[in-house]
Design a binder for this molecule. Structure first.
Ligand code: TRP
Length: 453
């Protein structure tokens, strides 16, 4: 590859995987995943979600990697390098999505700062649910949103690689150990088994009735948690060389990310059942209320709380970096900006866009829904369409570095999956999301009419 000589590359092979894992593992796993499971009916959602990770998430990640590595560019400029300048609008869509994601992601990350600090004093131990309600909206939440943005901007402004590699090396093992410990504790509680059943035994009647909302939520969660659909993985893989085995890396990233989310569910649902809470009722508070309860009761609460929420915070930072990096590298390449002013300017703009979500949880949920069920599927759908039908032979790109064990047949299976199944499912998801949005709109209009009478 001509360009790659002059372009910066990941220090080590492990460095790339760690950064990609750092991007994938974050609030999507510990915050978003459990409340999606709780709102969508438990194990039935989990089953579809896991299926989607396998048949859509894995191949879709390879789609982003094949764009990034071949073009060695950010998502906007990648298309020109690949000979399809007219597709650059997809990259622009990615940048816009990144902007919106980080604006409210940062607010939720702010809550974890609050919980880390509150663990020192045990402020939420008495009444986790009330505490959550008190701190998530208002000037406190706004201040912490500013704080989180400042951290992420600072790291991106200084250039990221070293920091990410080190923090993820500590982070992943730490979070797995903490989660397993908490899961063991949660499962030992009286009444925990009900939660386990809710989480792991799918009820197909629920699936038959609710599929129209379960499918788009599960697909949206799969994209969100794997950092897909807005070019983060394109950007990270643009620093890779041809010897890299993309299939191997994808398997590791997806496996770790899915494993971590799965264990989070093993903590939350047993605990919610043990304390007698309906799993759907905490909504976006599931993490904070569920873990709040568990930590408050467990031995060594304060230390445990600081360790746990502190680790979640680091995970959120390494994900936030990957989102901001897409927008900043786009600005640097296209507007000839310097890294530091670009990071600061964009950080301030993202902070401003996020302000409403720091004051109103329903606005936060609205942003979150638009991102996961519209922007990410749309972005991913377009990337998949591009790689499947316009890119040239993408099998070559996946074949590089693969060796002969999977070589030959795997890229062929993959490309047909991309050309058919993923496109169909993503199309279906977008249609279902549109129907849902239409229904909500009608409801709002209907309510407005009734009130007007
Ligand atoms: N995947 C991250 C998480 O689970 C969030 C994230 C990082 C993300 N980069 C992204 C989500 C790109 C969507 C798109 O917390």
């Amino acid at each position: 590859m001509l360009e790659s000589e002059s372009r910066e590359q990941w220090g080590t092979r492990v460095g790339f995987i760690l950064a990609a894992v750092g991007s994938a593992v974050g609030l999507g796993n510990v915050w978003r995943f459990p409340f999606q499971v709780g709102e969508e009916g438990g194990a039935s959602f989990l089953a579809i979600y896991l299926l989607f990770i396998l048949i859509i998430g894995l191949p879709a990640m390879l789609v982003e990697f094949s764009i990034g590595r071949r073009s060695q560019r950010n998502p906007v400029n990648a298309f020109s390098v690949l000979g399809h300048k007219d597709w650059s609008f997809v990259g622009v869509l990615c940048v816009i999505s990144g902007f919106i994601i980080l604006s409210y992601y940062s607010v939720v990350a702010g809550w974890t700062i609050q919980y880390t600090a509150a663990s020192f004093t045990g402020a939420y131990f008495e009444a986790p649910a009330e505490y959550f309600g008190d701190i998530t909206e208002g000037f406190g939440a706004l201040g912490l949103h500013a704080c989180f943005m400042a951290i992420v901007v600072g790291i991106v402004a200084l250039g990221v690689k070293r920091g990410i590699e080190i923090s993820v090396k500590i982070l992943v093992p730490a979070i797995v150990v903490l989660l397993l410990g908490l899961a063991a504790y949660g499962l030992s509680l009286e009444g925990a088994m009900g939660g386990l059943e809710y989480y792991l035994a799918p009820d197909f009647a629920v699936l038959r009735e609710e599929w129209m909302t379960i499918l788009p939520s599960a697909a949206g969660q799969a994209f969100f948690t794997l950092s897909l659909g807005m070019g983060a993985m394109i950007t990270y893989s643009s620093y890779l060389g041809d010897e890299e085995n993309l299939v191997n890396d994808t398997t590791w990233i997806v496996g770790l990310d899915t494993g971590i989310a799965f264990i989070v569910g093993l903590v939350i649902f047993p605990v919610l059942f043990a304390v007698g809470l309906d799993p759907a009722s905490p909504g976006p508070g599931a993490l904070f209320i569920g873990f709040g309860e568990a930590i408050a009761e467990a031995p060594g609460s304060r230390v445990l709380g600081v360790l746990f929420f502190g680790t979640v915070l680091i995970a959120a930072i390494s994900s936030g970096i990957s989102i901001l990096e897409v927008v900043v590298s786009f600005a640097i390449d296209n507007f000839e900006m310097e890294r530091i002013p670009a990071a600061i300017g964009i950080g301030v703009a993202i902070f401003l866009v996020g302000i409403p979500t720091a004051f109103d949880g329903s606005i936060l949920s609205f942003y979150d829904g638009v991102v996961a069920e519209i922007l990410l599927p749309l972005g991913m759908g377009l990337l998949v369409l591009f790689v499947g039908w316009f890119y040239g032979d993408a099998r070559d790109e996946v074949q590089k570095g693969l060796g002969h064990r999977l070589g030959g047949w795997f890229p062929t299976v993959w490309i047909w999956q991309v050309r058919t199944i993923i496109l169909l499912v993503v199309g279906l998801v977008i249609v279902l999301a549109a129907i849902d949005a239409y229904g909500t709109l009608m409801e709002i209009l209907g309510l407005a009419e009734e009130n007007g009478e």
